[in-house]
Design a protein. Structure first.
Length: 458
């Protein structure tokens, strides 16, 4: 063990394991470009060079090959260990930083154990060399994470499509972005149409997180168009969630802007009659939605913050849709009277399809790509989407994501009225016109009565 072929095979196994985990298990943002491969190769090269230098300093050059094989296989084992424990433990940690550091330490644990015998020597200077190698391994993991994220942003910016001019990515300036947030939100709120007291109006706040990916933005844009064209919500929709390519194009998706947006809706709508749709899509983990923005904030949006914003608004009829992994963990915080809560997965399950090469996530495609095309009732659409996702995952051999639906008291009747109104728009318009005519006739009669009273008095 330790020959050139052994080293190449070990490297191939390591690369295959990490690629397979990223592509088929996590279903997250994976950069398959040449640049992405170069980042991975550069990080691994730095790690292996560190080991070789350490081995030479310890006069153990004859064991370099064996050390590289052991290091590669132990890193592969660490990657598998992290995936197993992530589902059972790390995804349930409410602190994202604690989860991340747990991820790093667990992933590197097999490396430390496997290499310990190569550096178990009595001399202090040799022990320090071993410590430096361990530190280099940790640093390599952290730098690879940073390089991968920034490199992906650079690739996305330089290959931008959708009619936008390609721009080289750079970190946004917080002193430029944050001062204009209130103005960006208020501009959208000011453009909202007033509610119609003769009918149930649909208002909406659509938010996309994880600004380094475009799939969540595509979902918001698609749902925006659907609500305008099919659900009569034109002029009654707010959008949150800017991208790294355009940090000033939209208000950021964060707790402050979500609170302001919902308050803006409540000031225009009839909170006891109309319906507010809150749609949030991103990556997620237990009780949190990924809204961190490179260069601006690493703060995520919690279920408690979403619930607090909705409570503060006073909106009585709400449909809250959360499309993310572990989104079922939002149900307990949000569920209540007058609310329909819909999530893409259970509290302890992944959802799938969030790769940027897809048009929509699997659940998004089922919900607004299919179900809302078939029915005008949001509750029925949620049931239909759950059925579609369940069948797709079963056919694909995936672990069931188990989308959740929680219907509070009273919301069903309101959604029934909205669906009937949208189903028979002509009838609704005729009823509205009849009421207007009756109001005119009533005014005319009242004017005649007033005139007769004056004449009789004279």
């Amino acid at each position: 063990m330790g020959g050139p072929v052994d080293v190449l095979v070990a490297l191939a196994i390591l690369f295959g394991v990490q690629l397979g985990i990223s592509r088929y298990w996590i279903e997250g943002p994976v950069d398959f470009s040449l640049y992405g491969f170069q980042l991975w190769l550069g990080g691994m090269t730095a790690w292996f060079v560190t080991q070789m230098v350490a081995a030479l300093c310890l006069q153990r050059g004859d064991r370099i090959g064996r050390m590289l094989v052991v290091s590669s296989m132990s890193m592969a084992a660490g990657s598998v260990l992290v995936v197993v424990l992530f589902v059972q433990l790390l995804s349930h940690l409410s602190d994202p930083y604690l989860a991340y550091w747990s991820y790093v330490l667990i992933g590197l644990l097999p490396v430390y154990v496997a290499l310990s015998k190569f550096f178990a020597v009595p001399k202090l200077r040799h022990g320090l060399i071993g410590l430096c190698v361990a530190a280099a391994g940790t640093l390599q993991v952290l730098l690879t994470e940073y390089q991968f994220e920034s490199g992906q942003l650079l690739v996305e910016a330089e290959t931008a499509t959708d009619g936008e001019e390609a721009r080289r990515w750079s970190l946004p300036d917080p002193e430029v972005v944050y001062p204009v947030q209130e103005k960006l939100v208020n501009a959208q709120v000011a453009a909202l149409k007033e509610q119609d007291s003769e009918q149930v109006d649909l208002y909406a706040v659509l938010g996309a997180g994880y600004p380094t990916q475009k799939i969540f933005q595509r979902e918001v844009v698609a749902l925006y168009g659907l609500l305008e064209q099919r659900f009569g919500a034109e002029g009654r929709i707010l959008r949150l969630g800017s991208t790294v390519q355009g940090p000033l194009d939209m208000p950021l998706l964060n707790r402050t802007n979500l609170r302001a947006a919902l308050m803006g809706l409540s000031e225009q709508m009839d909170v006891s009659q109309d319906v507010a749709l809150i749609f949030l899509t991103s990556h997620g983990f237990e009780d949190h939605l990924s809204t961190s923005f490179p260069g601006l904030s690493r703060k995520e949006l919690s279920a408690a913050e979403v619930a607090a914003a909705l409570d503060h608004s006073g909106i009585q009829n709400a449909v809250v849709v959360v499309s993310a992994c572990y989104s079922g963990s939002f149900v307990d915080e949000l569920a209540g009277s007058g609310r329909l809560i819909v999530t893409a997965s259970a509290a302890d399950r992944n959802s799938f399809g969030c790769d940027d090469s897809n048009e929509f996530t699997d659940w998004g495609e089922a919900f607004f790509g299919q179900a809302l095309q078939e029915t005008l009732h949001f509750g029925h659409a949620a049931e239909r989407a759950r059925s579609l996702v369940t069948k797709r995952e079963k056919d694909s051999g995936l672990t069931q994501s188990l989308p959740q639906i929680s219907e509070g008291e009273g919301i069903g009747d309101v959604l029934n009225r909205l669906a009937e109104q949208l189903k028979h728009p002509q009838e609704a318009a005729e009823v509205k016109q009849t009421r207007a005519n009756l109001a005119v006739d009533t005014n005319t009669v009242q004017q005649l009565l007033d005139r007769l009273q004056r004449l009789s008095g004279d």
